[in-house]
Design a binder for this molecule. Structure first.
Ligand SMILES: [Zn+2]
Length: 261
């Protein structure tokens, strides 16, 4: 038993070390993992019964913030067999599957002591509906410098370059899916992610989605009647991106324009 535990720890440690050493490479082991969006733009969910009513309201408030600006809908679980389970843990962990798992439960797990804030719940729910971290885009080195040796080893895999599909949207330092400059730093004087150009804004998670985040969700889900970010500097207009993209399997066919009121 002890040996099995030690082996599992050693494998995890080696995996994290591998992540740390390959952060900047376009590593075949990590790339091309395009998350799958939820079909019909609906996320059936069930909440852990141990959550206090106040905490349940916090989760619903974060879901509502996403629903108000996108066409993604969270629905209490009915007869569906593929759904989101929001689970409680006691290990100070806040994490989520990215996108739908094809069969069975997608898990978002939260420790109510450490994951109480609106921004953390929003961030995790965006993972659930299929968004990776902004700073894991393959083109991130054109915009930020990741300081490898300042990252806590256990978090190294959260800094690996991971995906190339940008949905025609510009790199967004203000994204709620972007880490702050000291997230997972080894100490309070260390920086893990630094913008390459002077940046006036507030980098990293905040209490709301950025316009780029809203457009990102709406492009993944084909929310043609919602904000698609066509006016963002450097964005490719949605319809142009849609007709140019050759990869169809990780975004949904758009809502018919005739449905827009
Ligand atoms: Zn995250």
């Amino acid at each position: 038993m002890l040996l099995t535990k030690l082996l599992a720890k050693a494998v995890a440690w080696l995996g994290q070390l591998f992540c740390l050493l390959t952060l900047d490479m376009e590593c075949a082991l990590f790339s091309h993992r395009a998350p799958q969006p939820w079909p019909r733009r609906e996320v059936p969910y069930v909440l852990d019964t141990s959550f206090a009513p106040d905490y349940q309201r916090r989760i619903l408030r974060a879901m509502d913030a996403i629903e108000r600006r996108t066409c993604v809908r969270f629905r209490p679980l009915g007869a569906q067999t593929t759904f989101l389970e929001v689970r409680s843990n006691q290990e100070w962990e806040c994490s989520s599957n990215v996108g739908i798992k094809e069969v069975g439960k997608s898990i978002m797990t939260v420790d109510t002591r450490g994951c109480a804030g609106h921004r953390i719940l929003l961030h995790e729910l965006l993972h659930t509906i299929g968004l990776h971290h902004m700073h894991q885009r393959n083109d991130r080195n054109d915009h930020v410098r990741v300081c490898r040796w300042s990252i806590k080893l256990y978090a190294a895999c959260n800094f690996v370059k991971l995906f190339s599909e940008t949905y025609g949207l510009p790199y967004d330092l203000s994204s709620i899916m972007h880490y702050g400059n000291q997230t997972f730093a080894v100490d309070k004087n260390a920086y893990t992610v630094l913008p390459l150009r002077p940046w006036q804004g507030d980098m990293g998670p905040k209490d709301d989605l950025s316009p780029g985040d809203v457009a990102w969700v709406n492009r993944v889900y084909g929310c043609r009647c919602h904000y698609l970010g066509d006016d963002l500097p450097g964005a490719m207009p949605y319809e142009e991106w849609l007709s140019a993209t050759t990869v169809k399997h990780h975004h949904l066919a758009p809502v018919d324009a005739s449905e827009c009121r």
